[in-house]
Design a protein around this ligand. Structure first.
Ligand code: NAD
Ligand code: TDX
Length: 362
């Protein structure tokens, strides 16, 4: 029986991880355990995203550990200090464009970091007879990008061969292989999920949707890569996280599950839709905003289309999306309009000082 008492969330100060911690601690009454957030607070990590969690649960059910997943001694210390029985591994370098400009950090965090966590878990989860405990779980968060790029038809399934094409997706593919290697070789109980593009609150504004929302509000150009016809499958972040929780609770050990929105959009159609939503909520002239669309040089190796078949997750675990794209985009735009402090903190860079200003007062 899985324990799920002391959960180590890596990368919990990032976009999806911080949403996960909110869902788990504030909206999951069946969970009464502790959450430890191990995060290096890179440029993408924002401790202010968890300020309410710190106030409500800090030192009782929520613990922040500032550290790097490649630091073996730190990872071992965390396993021991909190008696970790479950790992939910979100931490990663996550932006494709950054991986093109500087791949090394992606190899270090996504490959070496995942290896370090797996190996520390293996050492920590040895039973007294030397075998691997079976009441523990390592859940790895991965991406649909490991499967490569689709043409006009077809879907990624769990058996689609890996064909990563960017340094980011290659590093994630590598981490996926390491996770299953630890399962097959050492008997580590693992599950893995490959999800499509997420959107929602706390999304760092280097990614398409938050970047466009903020640029529309600031009257800045809206950069569309290539012909704007690349297709992504979009899923509201809370729906990703309920799927993760279902897999962690009920997923079969040694299995992978695709998670998706079943919601494909070309980038340009998505942007036109977003312009209408933001313009109507912020009182802007949508036509004038459309004039700021600027086609720019394409991303090298830009994958054309991603589309996920998530029927295994739906059939086996009974998960489904709870929010339509229309509802999710409206919620997201409202969130950015009503969280000006969070946005300003990022724009000014002040979010980087949050730890010094707040956590050190504990
Ligand atoms: P993010 O970039 O917003 O957050 C990453 C977090 O990891 C940050 O808090 C950062 O500080 C932390 N981190 C980075 N390197 C670290 C290190 N060496 N040690 C400890 N912490 C470190 O990323 P995200 O969008 O929240 O993505 C989370 C996970 O989900 C990633 O594994 C990503 O590959 C995967 N994923 C993301 C999407 C998406 O649409 N964003 C879709 C599918 C899968
Ligand atoms: O300014 C932009 N203009 C533009 O046309 C940006 C930032 C992006 N794009 C395009 C590129 C993609 O076709 O929009 C699409 C989405 O781009 P991103 O937001 O960078 O996401 P993507 O590259 O699809 O990857 C995301 O989804 C899968 C996450 O960043 C990954 O971490 C996740 O694994």
């Amino acid at each position: 029986m899985r324990k799920l008492n002391n959960i180590l969330v890596t990368g919990g100060a990032g976009f999806i991880g911080c949403n996960f911690i909110h869902v788990l601690l504030q909206k999951t009454p069946s969970f009464s355990g502790r959450v430890v957030n191990l995060d290096a607070l890179t440029y993408a990590g924002n401790a202010a995203s968890l300020a309410d969690i710190q106030t409500q649960f800090g030192g009782k059910r929520y613990f922040f550990e500032h550290g790097d997943i490649t630091d073996r001694a730190k990872v071992e210390e965390v396993f021991k200090k909190y008696d970790i029985d479950t790992v939910i591994h979100f931490a990663a370098e996550s932006h494709v464009d950054r991986s093109i400009l500087g791949p090394e950090a992606f190899i270090k965090t996504n490959v070496m970091g995942t290896f370090t966590l797996l190996d520390a878990a293996r050492a920590s989860w040895k039973a007294s007879d030397g075998s691997m405990r079976t009441d523990v779980l390592f859940h790895h968060i991965s991406t649909d990008e490991v499967y490569g790029s689709l043409g006009d038809t077809g879907y990624f399934t769990e058996t689609t061969p890996y064909d990563p094409r960017s340094p980011y997706s290659a590093s994630k593919a590598s981490s996926d292989h390491l996770v299953f290697a630890y399962h097959h070789t050492y008997g580590m109980p693992v599950t893995l999920s490959n999800c499509s593009n997420n959107y929602g609150p706390y999304h760092f504004p280097e990614k398409l949707i938050p970047l466009m929302i903020l640029n529309i509000l600031d009257g800045k150009p809206l950069p569309v890569y290539g012909d704007g016809k690349n297709i992504r499958d979009w899923l509201f972040v809370e729906d990703h996280n309920t799927a993760v929780w279902d897999i962690v609770n009920k997923g079969r050990v040694g299995e992978k599950y695709n998670i998706g929105g079943e919601n494909e959009w070309t980038n340009i159609d998505l942007l036109l839709n977003l312009i209408d939503i933001v313009a109507s909520k912020a009182g802007l002239d949508a036509k004038k905003v459309r004039d700021t669309i600027t086609y720019v040089k394409d991303r090298p190796g830009h994958d054309r289309r991603y589309a996920i078949d998530c029927s295994k997750l739906k059939k086996e675990l009974g998960w489904k999306q709870s929010v339509t794209f229309e509802e999710g985009l409206a919620l997201t735009v409202d969130w950015y309009l009503s969280h000006k402090d969070w946005v300003e903190g990022i724009k000014s860079g002040d979010y980087k000082n949050w730890v010094e200003k707040n956590y050190d007062k504990r």
